[in-house]
Design a protein around this ligand. Structure first.
Ligand SMILES: Cc1ncc(COP(=O)(O)O)c(C=O)c1O
Length: 386
């Protein structure tokens, strides 16, 4: 039999999926031969409303017809509207736009350190967690508590200390007078879908208050409806000082944001922030549609319900190969015995796009519009291949 040619990217840092994608509709991707794939990865948790959403597409087209870019040195109606919507639905007093999750985290770190300089005698150390993921710039890679990412960093960015996730004693032991912030994901997504315990977060919040330490929540993956709330911190009844957003904020266009509480907003001055492309009006136009869609309570209830349905259906597969299923909303991890990559490649042949975020963890982050019927199809395929 003739061996199929391997599809390769010219970017030699990645192995691409062995399909040639042509177009998408809803949660389905079609390849160049018209074969359908149910997408449980959504462009790395970006495509919240799937492919070819009419309202998002229209908002983009309408803005393109006016102008694509002018820079933040001009009043930007779409940016203002998106900023208003984000503030209206959160604790935030200020919103600052950039282009990627990593960049948003960089800004969050910078603002926290400015606050430390002014309000806490120059405190600048930030506690992050083992198994976290905060991006791929030098600083955010250093903030990322996974050694495998640190090998090529020489030197690492200074000022980061790692603590054990869900271990409040370890955090306590690592706090000193120089600590300015604790930064974490409430569900460590890239790190294997590890969920923050409610009690741990409650204690962490108290600790931050007690020691006058800022709480930065990286909501790049957990934000924007993914866990059944607009922001994941709402699940924990928290009031963070800073959160970062990215991924689906621009409807698939590069856009990210840093949301800050009043006490941070007050110390930010002219020139503390700058970006050429950040807050691009086309991406912000899409962002406005996204937030308005997420503001519908019934939609978020559906996300929660479909998340529970997917989680239960995965548990019901009842195979020896499945060690644990865990998650929040439509961010779910399935820990398996064996090679997750093999399951991903077998699934692809069966018309299912999956992702292995760890060698033994499959991560499910479908578009939030996935239906229970589509979830049933996913489970059917999984039953066949596991
Ligand atoms: C929690 C979290 N923070 C930051 C990032 C980095 O985002 P970006 O790839 O847009 O820089 C990611 C990306 O996966 C993420 O999951």
């Amino acid at each position: 039999m003739k061996k199929e040619k391997t599809i390769k990217s010219s970017d030699n840092t990645v192995d691409v999926y062995q399909i040639l994608p042509e177009k998408g509709k809803g949660v389905i991707i079609f390849d160049n031969k018209g074969k359908k794939y149910i997408d449980m990865f959504a462009g790395i948790a970006v495509n919240l409303f799937g492919y070819n959403d009419k309202a998002i597409n229209n908002a983009i087209f309408e803005q393109i017809k006016k102008y694509i870019h002018l820079s933040r040195l001009f009043y930007n109606k779409k940016q203002e509207e998106l900023s208003f919507l984000l503030k209206k639905n959160s604790f935030a007093k200020g919103v600052y736009f950039v282009n990627s999750g990593a960049e948003a985290n960089e800004v969050a770190i910078k603002f926290a350190r400015k606050w430390g300089k002014i309000k806490k005698s120059g405190a600048n150390k930030i506690i992050t967690f083992y198994n976290s993921f905060h991006g791929r710039t030098i600083t955010t890679l250093t903030a990322t508590g996974q050694e495998k990412f640190h090998n090529i960093l020489n030197p690492k960015a200074p000022g980061f200390i790692y603590a054990e996730f869900n271990n409040i004693e370890d955090v306590k032991n690592k706090i000193d007078n120089d600590t300015v912030a604790v930064m974490l994901e409430l569900v460590q997504a890239e790190g294997g879908v590890n969920i923050a315990d409610e009690n741990f977060i409650k204690e962490l919040d108290k600790l931050c208050d007690q020691y006058n330490i800022l709480l930065i929540i990286d909501e790049v993956q957990t934000g924007l409806g993914r866990t059944g709330k607009i922001f994941c911190y709402e699940n924990y009844k928290l009031k963070p000082d800073i959160i970062t957003l990215g991924k689906g904020l621009g409807g698939g266009l590069p856009l990210s944001a840093v949301l800050v509480a009043d006490k941070i907003y007050k110390i930010i001055e002219k020139n503390d922030h700058g970006t050429t492309m950040g807050g691009n009006p086309v991406a912000c136009a899409a962002g406005c549609v996204i937030i308005k869609k997420l503001m519908k309570r019934s939609f978020l209830k559906e996300v929660e319900s479909k998340g529970n349905y997917l989680m239960q259906s995965l548990k019901n597969i009842d195979s020896e190969k499945i060690k644990e299923v865990r998650g929040k909303g439509l961010l779910i991890g399935m820990q398996i015995k064996g090679d997750a990559k093999k399951i991903v490649s077998d699934a692809l042949k069966e018309g299912l796009i999956l992702n292995a975020c760890k060698p033994d963890v499959i991560r499910f982050v479908p578009p939030l519009i996935i239906s229970k019927k589509e979830i049933d199809t996913v489970i059917k395929i999984l039953r066949r291949i596991i």
